[in-house]
Design a protein around this ligand. Sequence first.
Ligand code: MN
Length: 343
Amino acid sequence: MAESIKVDKILEKLSTTNSADKELVIRAFEFAKKAHEGQVRYSGEPYVNHLAHVARMLAEIGMEAHTVAAGLLHDTIEDTNVTSEELQKEFGDEIFFLVQGVTKLGSVRYYGSDRHNESLRKLFVATSQDIRVLIIKLIDRLHNMQTLQYVPKEKQLRIARETLEIYVPVTHRLGMGRIRKELEDLAFPYVYPDEYTKVFNLTRHIIKKSEEDLEKSRKSLQKKLAESGILNFHTSFRSKGTYSLYQKLKRREWDMDKVYDFLAIRIVVSSIEECYRVLGIVHEHWRPLPKRVKDYIAFPKPNGYQSLHTTVITPHRNILEIQIRTEAMHRDAEYGIASHVMY
Ligand code: MN
């Protein structure tokens, strides 16, 4: 059997260095490890590894110690001999409330009809009086999807479909872009295997082929920004998720030349004013495509997403989307409601 993960893996992601917080997480870890002793995941790993991964990801997206501890304990009521009373006595009302909330959400199922889905989604949101319950549930699902390959074949499709039909819309509604993309791309090959292969074959050469050009473009843009007196910024690449690309290709006759946002460079700056300045610098540097400038800062998307988007043609003849945003907008776009949780 594989070894169990060490609690340090969680502690290193905790945003506080407060010793009471650390102590709480260590106590929850030891408690969960003991409660799930002897249980294994389909992967053959000790069950506690699932809990440790969930807790680590919760810490990574900025959740505080109580939520991280609840992440470690989220399967205790359901899957071990630990009683509600014991858990409440050992960890107090707040953590007990969170674990109980996750346990109650446990039976959300996808049955297939569209109207049913809508009601399930509503229930899903309504049932969690505390948004942290839902965040734990989403991260739990994320780790279950990350390990779906080990689950018996006959269960995989149901879990993947449930993810696409119920969990993904929730992450979208809550603006959790990073988690949404990962859930979609993990579920896609199970739910639509043929379409997945088609998308994969259309794109597998593009990233590899453009890598060098993209790096050159990024360097020259960085230089240009620095010359223009933009001091605090960072840039990164992002390629569109395969599922999101599939959705777009369906609307564009499966023509990659009609997809302008497959590859993007993100520029993160320190103020809104700088966002607009950077947009000007980008347009001065590279030729923008007409009608592709989108000001989601002045006009945010319904889920709160903010950024400036434009599409340009680089000297290497690559069509690139440029996304410009502040640090705060970036955090929001990645983690959505999770970055607004108040303690
Ligand atoms: Mn779980």
